[in-house]
Design a protein around this ligand. Structure first.
Ligand code: DOR
Ligand code: ZN
Ligand code: ZN
Ligand code: ZN
Length: 395
C-alpha cells in the first residue's frame, strides 16, 4: 500500500510515560483496547499505563495482564507501571523485583494519584530502585498542603471561591526527592511538572549532579487557570492549571531541556464524574489524541522547538529515561520502523465524541489546531492512518 507523505513530517513513534487506562476497574471509562486506539491515533508506539487502577497494579498478576492485553490488541506497546507501595500511598514497598522480572518487565513504579509522601518510604524505594535498575516516578504532591484543594492557589481561585492548591505542595516534594535521590545515588522522575519553581529546582538539582528527570503535560503547556471562570469541571486536574507565568516557564524549560519530555497524564473520566459541581468532580483530562497538536502549537509555532526537538521530547527522551531499548531512537538506517507522520497543515477541530477514547473529557473541545498525526507505524505495521486504527488481522 502506498502512503503519500508529501508535505508531512516524519518522526520516531511517540512514547508516553504517563497514561491512565482504567483497566482493571473502570472499563466504562477506558480499556487497554480503547486507550491503545487513542494512543495509536495520537502517534504513540509505546505508552506507560499508570498503576492507580482498581485493584491497584501492585502485583505481577496485574502488571503482566496489562502487558499481555496490550500485545493482544497490538496497536501500541502498553508498558505497565507498578505501584511503589502495596496499595497507593501504602506503608509497605510493593514487590518491585517480581514485577520487574515478570512478562510485563516493569521499568517504572509510581503511586500516581497519591504522592509517596512518607520520606522514609521514598528513600527506601529509591535505594531499592537503583539496585533493580528501575525508575521511581513521583506524583509530587505534599498531601497535607492540598487537603480540599481543587484549583491553583492564586487570585483566580480566590475570586471564584475555590480552595487553593499551593505551588509549594509540588515544589517541596521535588526538592525533597532530589535530595533523597542524591543521597541514595538513585534516579527520580517528576510527573507532570506544573510550576515555574519546579523548573528552577530541576535546574538547581542538575547543577548539583543529581539524576532527576521530569515531564510536562500538553494541558500545562497550553492552558492556565483563567479557564476556571466558567466553573466547568472539564478543566479540573491534578496538579491544577497554573498561571500564565508558569505556562511560560514550562515552555522555556521544555525548550532548553530542563524539562525532559512531554507526557499526557491521559485521564479518562465518565460524564457523571465530571458534570457535577467543580469541587466534587474528579480531576483529570484526556490527552493522547491531542498531544502532538498542542506541542506543535505551543512549542513549534512560536519557535521554541523545531521538529527535531519534537522528536526529542515526544520520543527519544522518554524512551531513554525509562530505558526502552526498542523505541525512541532517531530515524536511522537499520532502525526498527516505529514511526509517526505529522501533517503540519491539517487544520482540525477537536470533538470529544469522535475520539477513540471511551471518555470525552477533553478541555480542548471546539479548539482548532494546525498540526495532526496522520499515520503511525508500530514495528513497520500501520496501526493508525487518517483517523482510523488498523487491527492486527487487517495487516
Ligand atoms: O488529574 C489527575 N488525574 N491527576 C492524577 O494524578 C490522577 C489522574 C487520574 O487518575 O484521574
Ligand atoms: Zn499525578
Ligand atoms: Zn496521572
Ligand atoms: Zn468516544
Amino acid at each position: 500500500e502506498v502512503v503519500d507523505a508529501s508535505g508531512q513530517i516524519l518522526l520516531p513513534g511517540f512514547v508516553d510515560l504517563h497514561t491512565h487506562l482504567r483497566e482493571p476497574g473502570r472499563e466504562d471509562t477506558e480499556t487497554i483496547e480503547s486507550g491503545s486506539a487513542a494512543a495509536a491515533l495520537g502517534g504513540y508506539t509505546a505508552v506507560f499505563a499508570m498503576a492507580n487502577t482498581d485493584p491497584v497494579a501492585d502485583s505481577v498478576v496485574i502488571t503482566d495482564h496489562v502487558w499481555r492485553r496490550g500485545q493482544e490488541v497490538g496497536l501500541v506497546d502498553v508498558h505497565p507501571v507498578g505501584a511503589v507501595t502495596v496499595g497507593l500511598g501504602g506503608k509497605q514497598l510493593a514487590e518491585m523485583a517480581t514485577m520487574a522480572s515478570g512478562i510485563g518487565k516493569v521499568k517504572m513504579f509510581s503511586d500516581d494519584g497519591k504522592c509517596v509522601d512518607d520520606p522514609l518510604i521514598m528513600r527506601r524505594a529509591l535505594e531499592y530502585s537503583s539496585s533493580l535498575g528501575v525508575l521511581i516516578a513521583q506524583h509530587a504532591e505534599e498531601p497535607r498542603l492540598t487537603v480540599g484543594a481543587v484549583a491553583h492557589e492564586g487570585p483566580t481561585a480566590a475570586r471564584l471561591g475555590l480552595a487553593g492548591w499551593p505551588r509549594a505542595a509540588e515544589e517541596s516534594i521535588v526538592a525533597r526527592d532530589a535530595l533523597l535521590a542524591r543521597d541514595a545515588g538513585a534516579r527520580v522522575h517528576i510527573c507532570h511538572a506544573s510550576t515555574a519553581g519546579t523548573v528552577e529546582l530541576l535546574k538547581w538539582a542538575r547543577g548539583q549532579g543529581i539524576s532527576i528527570s521530569a515531564e510536562v503535560t500538553p494541558h500545562h503547556l497550553l492552558l492556565d487557570d483563567s479557564r476556571l471562570e466558567t466553573y466547568d469541571a472539564v478543566n479540573k486536574v491534578n496538579p491544577p492549571l497554573r498561571e500564565a507565568s508558569d505556562v511560560e516557564a514550562l515552555r522555556k524549560g521544555l525548550a532548553d531541556g530542563t524539562v525532559d519530555c512531554v507526557a499526557t497524564d491521559h485521564a479518562p473520566h465518565a460524564e457523571q464524574d465530571k458534570c457535577c459541581e467543580f469541587s466534587q468532580a474528579r480531576p483529570g483530562m484526556l490527552g493522547l489524541e491531542t498531544a502532538l497538536s498542542i506541542v506543535a502549537q505551543t512549542m513549534v509555532e512560536p519557535g521554541l522547538l523545531d521538529w527535531r526537538g519534537v522528536a526529542r521530547v515526544m520520543s527519544e527522551r522518554p524512551a531513554a529515561i525509562v530505558g526502552l531499548a526498542d523505541q525512541g531512537r532517531p530515524i536511522e538506517i537499520g532502525e526498527i520502523a516505529n514511526l509517526t507522520l505529522v501533517d503540519p497543515d491539517a487544520s482540525w477541530t477537536v470533538e470529544g465524541k469522535k475520539f477513540a477514547s471511551i471518555s470525552e473529557n477533553t478541555p480542548f473541545e471546539t479548539m482548532s489546531f494546525a498540526a495532526r498525526v496522520t499515520t503511525t507505524l508500530l514495528r513497520g505495521r500501520i496501526t493508525a492512518r487518517d483517523g482510523a486504527v488498523r487491527a492486527t488481522t487487517e495487516a
